[in-house]
Design a protein around this ligand. Structure first.
Ligand code: ATP
Length: 282
């Protein structure tokens, strides 16, 4: 018996950093949004070992892969004698700010909880998820949510309008830790207005949502990689209504009225060396 699961990526519609905690983590406040773009996991239960293979975009299948980490964590927590054979088809760009690894980890927890018949509650899965990464609890459920704490304190919002989304991922990746290290809490640039974004999402207006897009991590990543500013300008000139960096970057996304408009616009873009993907709010 096996399971096939879609593991959706995310973008951040807002991202604010409130403080640095004594343990080195940052208190954040953000609106996370699931996107159609997804990896696919095929999972089969087998006794004992965890075997991971992959296709699609290149990604390592060793012990550093969050899928293996998630499976081992669940084995330890539950004491089960079960293992699994997992095949990952990778479509979400890696080290991109799109929660690619986090969403694979979340899908692994959900899939194995079912296949191994562990009966863990959403709350128990959430507690395991945050041990794997700050974005993993959000990825368990996806959709649209306010995230606080290090990202694990979630308030689910009504589904967002199904705008189109163009993702532009430059050839380089960005280390989230490095971006946070470079952050000056006294000089964050434009801060998001969370309440105004929640209201804009309720109106369903692309113009209103676009106006409220803001991410304080742009102040660091755009300084480190000035070419990201050019990508933002290219997307805006091409007709994207709102343009922002996702997470700690380097992916820049642009919003359009719907998925069809994103597909048309993406085909017209010439951005050498960049991966360009047309997708939509999920
Ligand atoms: P986030 O937005 O959650 O910070 P990200 O999109 O910036 O994540 P990922 O794609 O998750 O970044 O990759 C970050 C690192 O995690 C990479 O160095 C990658 O090698 C490693 N990694 C481990 N497991 C996976 C996986 N299943 N898919 C992608 N990357 C993985």
């Amino acid at each position: 018996m096996g399971l096939t699961l879609k593991a959706h990526g995310k973008i951040n519609l807002t991202l604010d950093v409130l403080s640095r905690r004594p343990d080195g983590y940052h208190e954040v406040e953000m609106i996370m949004q699931g996107i159609e773009l997804h990896d696919t996991l095929q999972i089969e239960a087998l006794p004992g070992e965890i075997i991971l293979t992959a296709s699609g975009l290149p990604v390592g299948c060793d012990e550093n892969n969050l899928i293996i980490k998630a499976a081992r964590l669940l084995q330890q927590f539950s004491g089960t004698g079960w293992g699994a054979r997992i095949h990952l088809h990778k479509e979400i760009p890696v080290a991109a700010g799109l929660a690619g690894g986090s969403t694979d980890a979340a899908a692994t927890l959900v899939g194995l909880n079912e296949l191994w018949q562990l009966g863990l509650t959403q709350e128990q899965l959430s507690e395991l998820a945050v041990k794997l990464g700050a974005d993993v609890p959000f990825c368990l459920r996806g959709g649209t949510a306010i995230a606080r704490g290090i990202g694990e304190k979630l308030i689910q919002l009504p589904p967002a309008p199904k705008f189109g989304v163009i993702l532009v991922k430059p050839s380089f990746g960005v280390s989230t830790a490095e971006v946070y290290q470079g952050l000056n809490l006294n000089n964050l640039g434009r801060r998001p207005d969370l309440a105004a974004m929640v209201e804009a999402l309720q109106t369903g207006s692309l113009a209103a949502v676009s106006e409220q897009l803001a991410n304080v991590l742009e102040s660091v990543t755009l300084r480190l990689y000035p070419e990201l500013q050019e990508i933002k300008e290219t997307l805006a000139r091409a007709g994207c209504r709102g343009v922002l960096m996702s997470g700690s970057g380097p992916t820049i996304f642009g919003l359009t009225e719907d998925a069809a408009a994103a597909a048309v616009l993406a085909r017209q873009l010439t951005l050498p060396g960049c991966q360009v993907v047309a997708t939509a709010i999920f």
